[in-house]
Design a protein around this ligand. Structure first.
Ligand SMILES: [Zn+2]
Length: 268
């Protein structure tokens, strides 16, 4: 990929005290898309929060051969378009083994508003470890997690800035749980992305390994680590000088690689 296609097209770069500026490309379209399941896949859909304005679909892809169960979440933060666009793509996959449960727009009201938070605040602060989730929506989502009994859970996000560069931001990082091979898998995917995808001229955009999520904070993947003790990954891209198309492509590639390392192989 050449440099021009990666650098934010049409972005307005400004020097802002405190580091990362919010740089949104005007070409990014927000809001739920219309994912089409692959015609060769057995896909079941159901909803959480049925009959409410928070109602959002769940797509369950069942491969012909049994195998592990994975869950992929997008849209816990409604303005992190890369995460839900990547999840929408996953809905259209054909997989060889296992079960893939996809929730593209976890906080669909926030996605529709293109805002981080929905009517109940920040959804990704409602999953305390060792306790009930603290909103109706997060309780229903967590009930889906428990019912699916996943072997691995991915949650796709983006941040304004870059982890370890813009101090309060967490982009260009994978935060694994401490279970199974999660840390090693995150490290391997990071190495792949840095070797194969991030151009040399974009050294600040090299991916790094975030801290291990074991239940210390009320984030979905923290709860996966703390309560389920299963592999989980919080994937964070950045909106800083990275165009939306590349954000989504890299999110999707990391999703595919992490799932593959956890036994879910994509055929097409
Ligand atoms: Zn987020």
């Amino acid at each position: 990929m050449n440099r021009r296609s990666v650098l934010a097209a049409g972005a307005i770069a400004v020097g802002v005290a405190g580091g990362a500026a919010a740089i949104r490309s005007r070409e990014e379209s927000a809001g739920p898309g219309s994912p089409e399941p692959h015609p060769g896949m057995d896909v079941e859909t159901r909803a959480v929060m049925e009959g409410t304005d928070r109602e959002t679909p769940i797509y369950e892809l069942q491969a012909p051969e049994s195998g592990p169960t994975a869950m992929v979440f997008g849209g816990l933060h409604g303005d992190e378009v890369n995460g839900y666009r990547a999840a929408e793509e996953v809905v259209g996959w054909r997989i060889e083994t296992g079960t893939l449960v996809v929730v593209p727009w976890a906080d669909v009201v926030a996605v529709e508003r293109d805002s981080r938070e929905g009517p109940d605040g920040d959804l990704n602060r409602t999953f305390p470890s060792g306790e009930e989730p603290t909103s109706d929506l997060s309780r229903e989502l967590w009930a889906e997690v428990e019912a699916s009994d996943p072997d691995v859970v991915l949650d796709l996000h983006r941040s304004r800035g870059i982890y370890d560069t813009h101090h309060q931001w967490v982009g260009q990082a994978i935060f694994p749980t401490g279970s199974g091979d999660a840390v090693a898998d995150a490290r391997a995917v990071i190495e792949h992305m840095n070797a194969e995808r991030v151009p040399r001229v974009m050294a600040p955009h090299r991916f790094t390994l975030g801290n291990t999520l074991t239940g210390a904070n009320p984030l979905l993947i923290h709860k996966v680590g703390g309560d389920l003790e299963r592999p989980g990954f919080l994937v964070e891209l950045t909106d800083f000088l990275l165009d939306p198309g590349t954000q989504t492509r890299w999110t999707l590639e990391m999703t595919e690689l992490l799932l593959e390392r956890n036994g879910i192989t994509r055929l097409e």
